[in-house]
Ligand binder design. Sequence first.
Ligand code: GDG
Length: 463
Amino acid sequence: MSRLIVVSNRVSIPRGRDSAQAGGLAVALYAALRRYDGIWFGWSGNVVETSGEGHPNISKVSNVTVVTIDLSTDDYDEYYNGFANRTLWPLFHYRTDLAAYDRKYDKGYFRVNARFAHSLAPMVEPDDLIWVHDYHLIGCAEELRRMGLTQKIGFFLHIPFPATEILLTLPNHQALVRGLFAYDLVGFQTESDLRAFHDYVMFEAGGSISPTGELTAHGRTIRAGVFPIGIDAKEFVAKAESAEAKRHLDRMRHSMGQRKLIIGVDRLDYSKGLPTRLESFERLLETYPENRGAVSLLQVATPSRVEVPEYDDIRQELEALSGRINGRFADFDWVPIRYISRAYSQRALAGLFRSSRIGLVTPLRDGMNLVAKEFVAAQDAANPGVLVLSRFAGASDQLADALIVNPYDVDDIVEALQRGLNFSLAERRKRWRRLMEVVREEDVTAWRNDFVGALDAVPRTVA
Ligand code: GDG
């Protein structure tokens, strides 16, 4: 059997108590690596004054080899905070207004991608499968090919692939797409991402698509497919039934009394649609005054990418907005919005999800959105909550029994909230059963097996 090598920006091996904190993705990749005697390669998280070529740190966790490299201050600024998080992230989430174009970032990105490739190459054996993750490392395979590697290399994009007109605003869009053509298999979250990629290949790259779906451009033929990522549903159900979850659920219920809770949990990111979400809750209180004193919104917004200035702007905006709305509507015994800017354990989050009548997930763009699936998995079958979900989250393709909303349309969100708050128990149970079936069936193990299976099945590149 081939070995599997996973390459991602960060390596997160779930260990001991930490596994309570680790998400399903880390757990699933680690499980795959254990099965294949694999290697997990990535950045250590350390930033050092200057980083030399090579010198990776190598350790073993059970039968998995963990290999990490450090980044220099310049790498960190140009590759990670720069091109990855100030150029590609906003652009791929349709925020051309926030995308920073800087030749320094560009160079730093391809330099670090090449360093990843050079540090990894000596460890690769002839039959290995290499699986590269996400927008940080698009250029990795091209460098591996330059070094003569012919192994099967797959790439999975966790975030959306933008429409051609958006991608064209990136000065070096050709280099990026040429980088994708160095893979053998490129995986996307949704059909619409795949369509956008096809569109670019056909109309910008002068490529072609065969009747069986192979894409040819930049002198190579590759496969591209849709692999919607899931969660470890069984594990998340267990988390929601844990003692820690129950403690959080009890504390929440005690503090809410007879009131209903709407919950949002997100990394504090401008792609998550948080200002519109808070405004929608404000409009719900305006339009349907019976909810005043009867419903609260708990928004957990975990700080993220704090060194990128746009993240500080959104943090300030949300603090001001929640303060204003609370100032307008709060009473001495009721606060409309509980805005929390800290991280909780996954078990605690599962308990909070379970205590909520509505899970409100309204990103403006999102590759998939795992929170939507976690909310569903955490519910009590006897008394489940309702999911209100943005049509622009990849998850909406699978979770059709949620109340699907346009996250730009405050009134649409308000109507969905009002409907969801007033659903009968029978309606809630009917919708939840169907949602849970999808979350359980299309879980993270299915995703991983589908991708690795498809990569294994592609014909080997000829040198
Ligand atoms: C990217 C794509 C795609 C959140 N707060 C806490 C916490 N979380 C966990 C959630 C969930 C994860 O973080 C967030 O995942 P999402 O999928 O919602 O969003 P991104 O971070 O933007 O992820 C996304 C994903 O990659 C996978 O492909 O779905 O579209 O943008 O698991 O529970 N976890 C803990 N404490 C918190 O306070 N422990």
